[in-house]
Design a protein around this ligand. Structure first.
Ligand code: FE
Length: 346
């Protein structure tokens, strides 16, 4: 593919994405980037938004050009926007912010959403964006899952290695990701395809045993030997196991922050196009949104309205689990059960 062909392919894909986001005449799109990071994306989004008749503003804040998305994901909640009020103002006054900065888990993101501005985060490599391009049917299935999770008061999941953990629900919102957003104040991430919520305060207890082949993000590594988390009142009290457990313990200890051991979001994946592969480029949405996974997480909860803003954020997708909402079977050995969440043949 020539450079110009790939540029036009990018603009076309981004135009399709912005159409899913309801962008057209009368809409203002702020495209947020930092330094030269993802400048090619920013330029293509600006062109795509203008193609659709929208007003598009290039909001480029100065800053480090080196950190890739995977590195920035390890320092979530910190970003350059707080030092640039004029850039923040441009975001607040837009209908849609295309975020190449990874604002996730920051107070700036929450303020932008409060202003009824929708936010679409786009930081993944182009091949991932292309392969996992979202569609309305994915949204429908994620929203079907959202309806059930919002009503549920108890989530329990198990696996063959002895996981049996219960989350009491009802206090916190449900966060959905289906890869686009046309709803004022709503954040999404392209690519997506999962949902998550938090347990009530201190409302998680039990045991989670990750199996060999489960994934540790942001490390982008498969578990090699079982890792057992004992959980009491919302906190991991003990991490047992051999080499993989040692590695994880060391990683968490390096943050020197007891809040790293808080249980964070819980949910499951619905994206049938995702691959179970830690060697793919990017931050690893394939594992997080993988069809039929259970996504268990430790660390911050500010995205849901909580106060834990620890920088140690672990997303731990697990395969082959069984998950119940108020006793109703939702995922059985890694397969989605309810008709309105399932994909034919999966
Ligand atoms: Fe997470």
């Amino acid at each position: 593919m020539t450079a110009s062909a790939s540029k036009s392919a990018m603009i076309e894909l981004f135009r399709n994405e912005l159409e899913l986001c309801g962008v057209g005449p009368g809409q203002k799109v702020a495209v947020l980037s930092q330094g030269s990071q993802l400048r090619q994306y920013a330029t293509a989004f600006l062109a795509a938004a203008r193609d659709l008749g929208a007003e598009a503003e290039d909001v480029n804040v100065p800053g480090s050009d080196s950190a890739d998305a995977a590195q920035r994901l390890r320092a979530l909640g910190e970003n350059a926007l707080s030092a640039h009020p004029e850039a923040m103002q441009a975001c607040l006054s837009a209908d849609l912010v295309v975020d190449h900065l990874l604002l996730l888990f920051s107070k700036e993101q929450l303020a932008i959403q409060k202003a009824d501005t929708r936010i679409l985060t786009v930081v993944e490599p182009f091949e991932v964006l292309e392969r996992l391009f979202p569609h309305q049917e994915l949204r429908k299935r994620v929203e079907a899952a959202e309806g059930r999770l919002k009503r549920a008061r108890e989530l329990r999941f198990t696996n063959a290695l002895g996981t049996d953990v219960t989350f009491n629900l009802g206090r916190w919102p449900v966060l959905t990701e289906y890869g686009f957003t046309d709803t004022p104040g709503r954040w999404d991430h392209w690519p997506g395809g999962f949902l998550a919520t938090l347990a009530n305060d201190r409302g998680v207890s039990g045991r989670v045993v990750m199996a060999p082949g489960d994934i540790i993000y942001p490390l982008k590594k498969f578990v090699e030997s079982p890792i057992e988390f004992l959980i009491r009142d919302g906190y991991v009290t003990q991490i047992g196991g051999a080499a993989s457990a040692d590695e994880l313990r060391n990683y968490m200890e390096s943050y020197n922050d007891s809040r790293a051991y808080a249980v964070s979001h819980i949910g499951w994946g619905l994206n049938e196009r995702c691959l179970w592969d830690v060697d793919l480029p990017g931050i690893g949405m394939d594992g997080r949104a993988h069809y039929g996974n259970v996504l268990f997480s430790l660390g911050p909860d500010t995205e849901f309205g909580g106060t834990n803003d620890t920088s140690c954020h672990l997303d731990l997708p697990m395969k082959g689990c069984t998950l119940y909402l108020d006793g109703e079977l939702i995922v059985q050995n890694g397969h989605l059960v309810p008709e309105d969440m399932r994909v034919e043949g999966r």
